[in-house]
Design a protein around this ligand. Structure first.
Ligand code: NOJ
Length: 571
């Protein structure tokens, strides 16, 4: 074992993301809650993860499912009480795991007391948010919200406009005001003192706004949002935050930093952030028009495409692009550290997006697991991906995601596209796909709730569920468990340097990378397709197989089967 590495517990850890609304409901109201998570605490242990990241459970009217916080210091009624939360913290700690909380401080809910006071001309908090005077017909600048639609809303009460980079129920805080910063630091200390093990900082690259809020550049079919990210005072705020809050605690700081490249990320690392969350590897599946553009494939083509064609149109991925994204970040941050995720509450299901959720469901989900868990980055698993949960179809009325709803409205109202044509987009883009209830067993509502679930249950739960996965030693779940276990014992998998071997033209749709630490070296080869592929020419495939997702793999057999993943021990 080499000791010549810069060790940290959060580099060696694996993180499991819990979306509480959809994890487990203990009281039959159709919504997941803290007691429900506590009832399943052993599950984290059985899977073998080290950190649980809890999406927001704070008091919220849920315009954006908890990312619109009404009170930072109390728990949402539907989720339970502070005592339940403290119980969960103990449950996690008792199992030698850690708990990371979401920190949403770019914006609050419009129902937060600060905003209510800020709207009131005599409330005493007039500049706690970003307000601009002006007539009701003329927004202060041309910004659009990251969820679609204008980024300004006119408030009749104050007779002024307020900025919201997200939904209109999520007004942006004015970080220029030292009072607001102090109030946030106090709140962060409140949670740190409760004993949490870290923060996942939501949209943190948005907190500093450009001076004078200038118009963004636009063209006929594009809008440059760069102005929203990494504003002029961002690193000053981040450094102040570190000094005032977490600097003296042994915690993991995860920065969600949209609009950031590795060079900029290095600044965040200097500020005290441990890992930044990037999106480039997610964007590689969108094609040229981005996530929701009606120009992407042309709605007419979409309307006439068959199932398979649709899948290809909406789930494009070139391994070379994927490699470029991963490599850009791995090499770009140098000695610093990254995290990596293949799914989250903001993305679609990993197996549907990066694999084949029909014929090669198990094989491709375990291939994706192998990809995730063999990189030099702290792996983040998203609930349900460890059993291969999939995307599903959505009737318009069943859509819950504020982003998807907004985009569907724009496509139908402004572009005149019928919903049936957009429905495949929703299946392949909407965040709701990741938010369908966790599938525990094949009983009604997948064992998630005895009541009416707040969001539809994916109807494949009779096949894809935890109970079934745990009973089958060859399941996706057990594959994750074994590989997580393996990673936690393997310095080369955690700390080894990466050499990117494939893709290249000689081996279409095959991925390969090598990890090396001192004398230790492993080769990861992934046959990312439904066809077999001979990989005899790749250096190292005659070495012993350490790990793989097919039974009975032998080293003298160099033809990889559909979605076969192998990790070779190069010595
Ligand atoms: C990023 C969060 O992950 C997402 O769910 C949320 O909608 C936005 N930030 C706004 O808070």
């Amino acid at each position: 074992m080499s000791t010549d590495v810069d060790r940290a517990w959060w580099k060696e850890a694996s993180v499991y993301q819990v979306y509480p609304r959809s994890f487990n409901d203990s009281d039959g109201d159709g919504l997941g809650d803290l007691q429900g998570i506590r009832n399943r605490a052993d599950y984290f242990d059985e899977l073998g993860v080290d950190v649980v990241w809890l999406c927001p459970v704070y008091d919220s009217p849920n315009a954006d499912m908890g990312y619109d916080i009404r009170d930072y210091r109390s728990i949402m009624d539907e989720m339970g009480t502070m005592a339940d939360w403290e119980g969960l913290l103990d449950d996690v700690h008792d199992r030698d795991m850690k708990l990371v909380m979401d920190l949403v401080v770019n914006h609050t809910s419009d129902e937060h007391a600060w905003f209510v006071e800020s709207r009131d001309p005599d409330g005493g908090k007039d500049d706690w948010y970003i307000w601009r005077d002006g007539g009701p017909d003329e927004p202060p600048n041309n910004w659009i919200s990251l969820f679609g639609g204008p980024a300004w809303t006119y408030d009749e009460r104050r007779e002024a406009w307020y900025l919201h980079l997200f939904d209109e129920k999520q007004p942006d805080l004015n970080w220029e005001n030292p009072d607001i910063r102090e109030a946030i630091y106090d709140m962060m200390t409140f949670w740190l003192e409760k004993g949490i093990d870290g923060f996942r900082m939501d949209a943190i690259s948005c907190i500093s706004k450009p001076h004078g809020l200038p118009d963004a550049d636009t063209g006929e079919d594009w809008f440059d949002m760069d102005l929203y990210f990494n504003g002029p005072r961002i690193h000053e705020f981040m450094q102040e935050m570190a000094a005032e809050t977490y600097e003296n605690y042994d915690v993991m700081l995860i920065g969600e930093t949209p609009g950031t490249d590795p060079e900029e990320a290095k600044q965040y690392y200097e500020d005290g952030v441990d890992v930044v969350v990037y999106f480039d590897h997610m964007d590689v599946t969108y094609g040229p028009g981005g996530k929701w553009s009606p120009d992407y494939v042309g709605m007419e083509t979409l309307a006439s495409a068959g199932d398979e064609e649709l899948d290809e149109m909406l789930n494009t991925m070139d391994l070379a692009d994927l490699q470029e994204a991963i490599r850009h970040w791995d090499e770009g941050v140098g000695d610093e550290w990254n995290c990596l995720y293949m799914g989250s509450h903001d993305q679609t299901r990993a197996v549907s997006r990066f694999g084949d959720d029909h014929e090669y469901h198990r094989e491709s989900a375990t291939l994706v697991a192998t990809f995730l868990l063999t990189q030099r980055a702290t792996p983040f698993l998203y609930q349900g991906d460890e059993i291969g949960m999939t995307n599903t179809d959505w009737d318009r009325d069943d859509i819950r995601d504020v982003e998807a709803r907004g985009q569907v409205d724009i496509l139908t109202d402004e572009h005149d596209v019928p919903y049936e044509t957009i429905a495949p987009f929703v299946r392949n883009r909407s965040r709701d796909n990741a938010r369908t209830p966790m599938q525990w067993d094949d009983s009604e509502n997948a064992g998630f709730t005895d009541g009416d679930p707040w969001i539809q249950v994916n109807d494949d739960y009779d096949r894809i569920n935890v109970e079934r996965a745990m009973a089958d030693p060859d399941s996706i779940f057990h594959y994750y468990r074994r590989l997580l276990d393996h990673r936690s014992e393997s310095d080369v998998l955690v700390y080894g340097d990466t050499a990117y071997v494939l893709p290249d033209d000689e081996y279409p749709n095959v991925w390969a990378h090598r990890r090396t630490l001192g004398e230790d070296s492993v080769l990861v080869v992934l046959n990312w397709q439904a066809e077999k592929r001979d990989v005899a020419g790749i250096d190292g495939v005659d070495s012993p197989v350490l790990f793989g997702n097919y039974d009975g793999q032998t080293t003298d057999e160099t033809t990889l089967r559909p979605y076969e993943a192998r990790v070779y021990d190069l010595g």
